[in-house]
Design a protein around this ligand. Structure first.
Ligand code: SAM
Length: 214
């Protein structure tokens, strides 16, 4: 656990409550004071991981590069691009990807990619190698495989920040059994540093912080 937030992520009061916030244009109807906007952990697994004080290793700043897998319309990745440097956002569904383009219009550090995260060769010519963090929230079957396939982009001292959605793997199984299987598969390429159930914000999700094995 860590109470260190990345640079560019702060707690600000909204409606009398201190909430995580980043600077930038609002994207999903979140409260803003005109400068800072609230980061809603119930809409964002990474936001939940930060609220739960998981040690994500994110530092923030222009130099930090991020590959974000499963960007949807940009709720979370917009916050990331507002506190980090170059942020490559992979999404394979055309509809959310259109909204993601709009989200990126005011964000010069956000690069949307309409691509399948299971086929990293299709975006390897765009994404720089040795990114500092991979954030993954694909909510699909085969979540470990996606993380393994994208290991190639991650710096040796980088971090995988993964939200595993149990129901996407198998709705009929006990989430704890699903998490154990996904973790075991990850171990081939990653050392798991920390896990936390995100239950307070997202049912049947496990937050994972891992680093690549050398
Ligand atoms: N991370 C988003 C956020 O917090 O703003 C929400 C992501 S949503 C839970 C999961 C997204 O992953 C969906 O938009 C889905 O289309 C996308 N997705 C699922 N499988 C994918 C794949 N193989 N490649 C790229 N995107 C994928």
């Amino acid at each position: 656990m860590s109470d260190d937030l990345p640079a560019g992520v702060e707690r600000h009061p909204f409606d009398g409550t201190d909430r995580l916030a980043t600077r930038g244009d609002p994207v999903y109807g979140e409260p803003t004071d005109g400068d800072w906007r609230a980061w809603n952990p119930t809409r964002s697994k990474l936001g939940a991981m930060l609220e739960l004080e998981m040690d994500t290793g994110l530092e923030g700043g222009d130099e930090e590069t991020v590959l974000y897998l499963g960007a949807a319309s940009g709720t979370t990745v917009s916050h990331v691009a507002d506190f980090a440097g170059p942020t490559y956002a992979v999404e394979f569904a055309a509809r959310p990807a259109r909204d993601l383009l709009e989200t990126a219009a005011s964000r010069p550090r956000l690069f949307p990619l309409l691509a399948d995260a299971r086929k990293p060769a299709t975006y390897a010519h765009v994404v720089e190698s040795n990114v500092d963090a991979i954030v993954q929230d694909v909510a699909t079957r085969g979540q470990a495989r996606v993380a393994l396939e994208n290991r190639r982009f991650l710096a040796d001292d980088g971090r995988l920040l993964l939200a595993i959605k149990a129901r996407s793997e198998d709705v009929t199984r006990d989430p704890e059994d699903v998490f154990a299987d996904v973790r075991a598969e990850l171990e081939a390429e990653y050392e798991i540093l920390e896990t936390s159930r995100l239950e307070q914000y997202h049912a049947d999700h496990l937050g994972v912080v891992a680093r690549p094995r050398s």
